[in-house]
Structures are given as C-alpha cells and as structure tokens.
Design a binder for this molecule. Structure first.
Ligand code: HDE
Length: 739
C-alpha cells in the first residue's frame, strides 16, 4: 500500500488506526473486514488504480474550450454516478439496518436440531433490517403502516432469515392475492398519490371486498402502526413454521421478538407532525442509540404446538390471518438479540441485504401455509431484478460465515474465481467435490410430511372465520386504544372519496363489532348499512359458489387476550427517552442540573433548548451549553419536557410563543411535563393551565403526568416515574385539545 505522510494523514492517524484494525465483534464482522475500504491517507485513483492528478477540472480544448470526449476520467466518474441507483424494493423500500448478536438462554434440542438453537455458548451474528411497507425509499418513517422486522442469523449451518413484521397476522391468506394488495395500497397509478399512506380509495376498495383482511386491519388501525421507536416494537414470524429435532420429531412453532424496552407508540397527530419535523425519526433513533451504546435488545420467543395438536384450535394454524393467543400457548423466551453496531455503509449493507424466507437451517422447516409457500418463490425472484443477477449471495452482507461450495457458475458480476474443470456433479475429474452432506453431517432434508391430495385451486373452509380474531383484538384493547382505532378508521375512510366504499367498509366493521361501526359511521356522517352487499367476500373464483365463500363465525373463541394490548407492557425504565429542558439566560443552574443529571443517570437523553444556540448564562453566571434552539427543536421529537427555575429564564420562556407551543403540544400528546415551582407561570401561560392538578403527590403525578415542585431532587424522582409511564392517554378524554 502506498501511503504519503501528509499532515492530514497524521491528523487522522488515530481514527485511521482504529478503523483499519477493528477488534472483530463477531464472526460476521470479521468476515466483512476484507471488504472494508478506508481511503484515509491514500491517493485518489480511477476505478482501475490510476492516480488522479486533477479531480476539479475536465479535459478541455483550451481553458475556455469545449470538453473533450477523450476525458476517460470524467466519463468513468459520470458513468458510475449515472448508475448509482438500483431499483428500490417493491415493498419495504424504506428501511434501516443494524448488526448484532443472538445468544441462546437454554438449549431447544427437544424441539429443534438447529445448532444456533442448541448451543448456549456461541453468539450468532445477526443483521436486522426494519422497514415500512408501502412507502418509497425516501418516505417518512412515521407513516401509518406495518413495520418489517427481518433478521438474518449468520449461523454455523448457513444463514437463517426470519423475515417477519411487527404485527402477528397478515392481510391475506393466499400469496396469489399479494400483488393485488400491494397495488391497492401503493400510490394510485394515475397520479402517484398518496405517498406512504393507506388512506385512499384503492386500498379501502380492496380491503372492503376482502373480509379476510379484517383482523389485520384492526392491527394496522391500532397504535401498533405508529411505533415510538423501532427499538420498542414486537416482531413476529407470522406464519406457523416447523421445528424438527434430531430424532426427526416435528412440532409447530410461531416466532416472536419481545423488546426489552416495552412496546410503545406515538399519537397519530404526533406521527403526522414528526413526518414533517424529522422524517428520519426512527432511523435516527436507532442509529443514535447504537452509537451511544444504548443497544436495543429483544428476546426471541417461541410458541410451540405439538404436531398432534394441529386441529385443536378453532382457527387453522396454516392461516396467516390468525394468531395463537398467548393465553392458549404461552410464549417461551429462549434467547436474546442485541443490536450493537451500525452499518458502515447504508447502500452496501442495508440496501443490498437480501432476505429470503427460504433461507433455513436443518431443524427449521415450513408448513403448508399458502402465504408462506408463495413467499418461498418471491424472495429470490425479487433479488434477481433488484440486485441485478443471480450472484447477489456474493455481496458481502449476504455471504454466510460458512463457506459456499457448489457447481453454480458465472452470471453478472460473479466474484468467486472457481478453480478446476469440473462444475458438475457427479464428476470424476474433480474428485467429485463438492460432496453432498448426509443428514448426520448437517445436510438439509425436508420434513417428510405425508401428502395425499387432489390438485385443486381452493381454500379450506377452516380459513373462513374472518371476524372472531378481529373482535378478539378489539375487545382486548384499553379504552384509549379503542378510541385510537375508531379515530384511525374515521381518518382513513374520511380520506376515501368514493362514498360507496366507505359504506361497504362500515358493513365489514359491523361484522366485527357494531359499536365500532356505529362510532366510525358517526364520524363519517353515514349510517351503517344494515344489509351489507352480498356476497361479502368478492374474492371468489369465476365458477365459485358465493355461499361457499361466506364468512363463518366460530363459536366459543377467546374473548379477551391481555397480550394484545400495549397497556401492560414494560413501563419501568426511562433508558434512551428524550427529554427537553426549556431554558434561557438567567436559568437557575441547580434546578436545571439536578434534574438533568438525575435523568441522565437513569439513561435518558437530555437536550437543553433555548431561544438561540450557543450558551445560556445562568443566574450564577455559569455557562450552560444549548443543544437546540426553539427554531430547530419540536416537542414531537421528545418524550417529555421540563422547565427549570430562574426568574429571567422563566420570563423569556413564558414570552416565547414557540416554547408555549412546545408545552401545549407535549400536553396534547399526553407526555410527562415538569416545571420548577418558580416556572409555574410558564405552565399557566399554556392552554392546559386550567387542567393543572391542585397538588402534586406521587399518586397524582402518576395519574396526571404533571410534576411541579420547589425541590429539584423531588422533581427528578417524580418526573422519572412519570416518563417511564410513556403516555397519559387519559388526557385525551375531553377530546380534541388544541395545540
Ligand atoms: Fe414480504 N416481500 N411478501 N412479507 N417482506 C418482500 O422481498 C412477499 C410478507 C417482509 O428488509 C420482498 O427483498 C410476498 C409477510 C419483510 O429486505 C418481496 C408475500 C411478511 C420484507 C416480498 C409477502 C413479509 C419483505 C420485497 C405474500 C411478514 C423486507 C423486497 C405471500 C411475515 C425485507 C424483497 C428486507 C420483502 C414478497 C408477505 C415480510 C417482493 C409475495 C406475510 C420484512 O419478495
């Protein structure tokens, strides 16, 4: 390597050394090292290694002359630039990725022979990509949408991809309907409007004709579609998979990810504002927390169903519009995933990572879920066009940590230089290598499920209960969560222009719950149709008998499942919560610092927000650095807000319309708010001044989420408790608060 010793080289020496000799954090990081490129201290070259002398001027005929076609350096640079974009994913285009590790708690060998689920010693490297579904690559993180939760485990037996979502069910039962669903939700084809939103005619037209989507619609209209953070959402494998142990015994399994920070969401009004203030809100949150060492963690959970119990449930295990209630089959937490390293390069890793539901390892197998079966085809097919050819597995992020040896050859951008003459099997010229592995040597064998059936295009009657679990989900929500579902449906259908679609959808909602339908109908100024269009399900074959496709209602299903509500989630931590402190010159340093350090001590992230950037000078002349000004900050980007004391500071904050708006919005979005007693006049300048509690006992603070005291240490303590509650949704009761 040729390196010149320039001052800039010396100045970056420390970074350089650190970067080029990283301590591998895991085997995948180590495997990625040969592909890492760092130009620190290097001369600039063309793609072919020629040192470039002038990267500022093209080659011209004279100083003011025309540019010459001869300029191969210009042409190489511009040509590469012209080709820098690849097609975005047809769905899940907007994503964020991170590296990490998975560690097993206890061997699962009774159920599966998958090594990484047997061996509690090894840390399995992972790469995770979170995504929204409908929006384009540049769309906002806070769209109302399902979130993709795709995990690539780089195991010692090859890659296992768990390509899941943050909701446990799906819109459709058969993969053949997927292009229809996606065409319906994507922007409408004539004017490409709206971006990253389901609130439009084509989506609800389709949904209202497809009762099988009813359960998923409840999830998407719930707060689950508006996560506070990617770090605070659950993940689900959705389909029922199979585990197989070393004796060949199989059982059914559903996969879950349980976030250790709990499951939390933002309000819809807030989500819409965040989209404007910081459309990278989730991506930034994930990045910042990994950078600062607040590594996100999830426990991997499994619901195991013995094979003999396949028909024990009132729903079909093969139907992806159904979940297995945790009350019926508890989720066993079997290991923990920690995301501990940001990608080095977004394109090379997050954009080029290629997941595939068919990437399994011995011990994990498929079921006949018709949605799963269709996905088995789609994921390779899509990478061929997106990543340009059949060698996408050679892109560094996609390479397994174990070797790849087969007789596949050539194709666009082939990287491997295979040696020898024999690229076929069997062969004698190459010693018959590579050789097939026996099952006892880790060779994959498909589960020998017995199949004896007629070839038909049909759907099983056991898939036709479309509403019981939609109702179960709704019944299991708290009152604020139910109200949010009603609001979301009223909003979305309110954006639908074709009245008949709204009415048809009310007919569907009425099958789930008549109060729900009535509440939405009220907001839309419509009546619930008492005689819904028949057949309800328009997704029937040309020769199908509509009666055969009528939804059925299964009697005796579970009415309530605690696990489906976010109310009882983990609420005992303020780790990584973002707290704003509104202050100005003359602030009382003690009241600011006591609260700041106490909350920071508990892992929260504090930002001082003032009328201008730079420093504020405290009452005692201390200089306090300012993180953001009222111009750059917005309450929707924080979890809570505090106003410290100091007469001049309080007067400035009170007089600042942006600061008052900040507080009003924080109140509207049900966040914890604290003020030093000296700053009470600031709270009195807000619209919620009349709603301030009379006193601030611990009990009242925990109920109302508002803290006022003259004792900074007491504020810190009560405020921390309030922040850990996440939100005070009860405030929404007198609805439609202004901000
Ligand atoms: Fe996907 N899905 N999907 N999907 N999916 C894709 O693959 C598809 C489904 C999911 O971060 C595509 O590489 C079909 C369910 C995630 O790179 C594509 C069907 C679930 C991601 C595709 C489904 C998912 C994808 C687009 C119906 C939850 C993002 C780009 C049978 C269990 C992965 C790509 C990433 C991506 C097809 C349904 C999850 C086109 C045909 C159900 C998280 O292949």
């Amino acid at each position: 390597m040729s390196k010149k010793q320039s001052p800039s080289k010396l100045a970056t020496q420390a970074v350089y050394d650190k970067k080029l000799v990283p301590q591998p954090e895991n085997e995948k990081t180590e495997k990625l090292m040969p592909y890492n490129a760092d130009a620190t201290g290097e001369f600039m070259t063309t793609n072919h290694g020629l040192k470039i002398n002038d990267d500022q001027n093209s080659l011209k005929a004279g100083e003011r002359g025309a540019t010459l076609l001869e300029d191969f350096i210009l042409r190489e640079k511009i040509t590469h630039f012209d080709h820098e974009r690849i097609p975005e994913r047809i769905v899940h285009a907007r994503g964020s990725g991170a590296h990490g590790v998975f560690k097993l708690y206890e061997s699962q060998s009774a159920f599966t022979k998958a090594n990484f689920l047997n061996d509690t010693e090894t840390e399995t490297p992972v790469f995770v990509r979170f995504s929204t579904v409908a929006g384009s690559r540049g769309s906002s993180d806070l769209a109302r949408d399902v979130r993709g939760f795709a995990v690539k485990f780089y195991t010692q037996q090859g890659n296992f991809d768990l390509v899941g979502n943050n909701m446990p069910v799906f819109f459709i039962q058969d993969a053949i309907k997927f292009p229809d669903l996606i065409h319906a939700v994507k922007p409408e084809p004539d004017n490409e409007i709206p971006q990253a939103a389901s609130a439009h005619d084509t989506f609800w037209d389709f949904i209202s004709l497809m009762p099988e989507s009813a359960h998923m619609v409840m999830w998407v209209m719930s707060d689950r579609a508006l996560p506070r953070s990617l770090r605070m959402m659950e993940g689900f494998g959705v389909h029922t998979f199979r585990f197989i142990n070393e004796h060949g015994k199989a059982c059914f399994v559903k996969f879950h990810w349980k976030p250790l920070l709990g499951v939390h969401s933002v309000a819809w009004d807030e989500a819409q504002n965040i989209s404007g203030k910081d459309s990278d809100f989730h991506r930034r949150d994930l990045w910042d927390n990994i950078e600062s060492g607040a590594f996100p963690e999830w426990e991997l959970g499994v619901q195991i169903v013995p094979e003999e119990d396949e028909f024990k449930f009132e729903f079909d295990l093969l139907d992806s519009t159904k979940l297995i209630p945790e009350e019926l089959v508890p989720v066993q937490r079997i290991g923990k995933m920690t995301l501990n390293r940001n990608p080095d390069n977004f394109f090379a890793e997050t954009e080029q990572v290629a997941f595939h539901i068919g990437h399994v390892v011995p011990g994990i197998d498929f079921t006949n879920d018709p949605l799963l079966q269709g996905r088995l085809f789609s994921y390779t097919d899509t990478q061929l066009i997106r990543l340009g050819g059949p060698n996408f597995h050679e892109i560094p992020i996609n390479r397994p940590i174990v070797g790849v040896h087969n007789n596949q050859r050539d194709g666009h951008m082939r990287q491997t230089i295979n040696k020898g003459k024999a690229s076929y099997n069997p062969n004698s010229l190459g010693g018959n290598d590579p050789v097939q592995a026996k099952a006892s040597e880790g060779g994959f064998t498909s589960y020998t499920e017995r199949i004896d059936a007629r070839k038909v295009r049909a759907r099983s009657k056991s898939f036709f209960d479309h509403f019981s679990q939609a109702r179960l989900f709704l019944n299991s929500q708290s009152d604020p969560e139910k109200n949010h579902i009603i609001d979301a449906l009223t909003f979305e259908l309110g954006k639908v222009k074709t009245v008949v679609i709204r009415e048809r959808m009310l007919g569907i909602l009425n099958q789930i719950d008549d109060n729900l339908a009535a509440a939405v109908a009220y907001g839309l100024g419509l009546h619930v149709p008492q005689d819904p269009e028949r057949p309800l399900n328009k997704s029937i074959p040309a020769d199908g008998d509509p009666n055969k496709y009528e939804s059925i209602q299964v009697q005796g299903t579970l009415e309530f499942s605690e696990a489906l509500s976010m109310v009882n989630t983990i609420k005992n931590t303020i780790v990584s919560r973002k707290i704003a402190i509104l202050a100005a010159d003359g602030v009382n340093e003690e009241s600011l610092k006591t609260v700041k350090s106490a909350l920071e001590g508990e892992g929260a992230v504090i930002e001082v927000i003032a009328p201008r950037l730079g420093f504020i000078i405290a009452e005692n002349d201390a200089k306090i650095p300012v993180d953001q000004s009222f111009l750059t900050a917005a309450s929707v980007l924080f979890d809570a807000v505090y106003v410290p004391g100091g007469l001049n500071s309080v007067a400035s904050v009170e007089a600042d319309a942006d600061a008052i708006h900040f507080l009003n919005e924080a109140f509207k979005h049900c966040k914890a708010i604290a003020a030093h007693e000296e700053a009470i006049q600031v709270l009195e300048a807000t619209y919620f001044s009349k709603k301030l509690p009379e006193e601030y006992t611990d009990e009242i603070v925990l109920r109302e989420g508002i803290v006022v005291s003259s004792d900074s240490a007491r504020i810190a303590k009560q405020f921390s408790k309030a922040i850990s509650q996440h939100r005070f949704w009860e405030r929404e009761k007198p609805r439609k608060v202004p901000a």
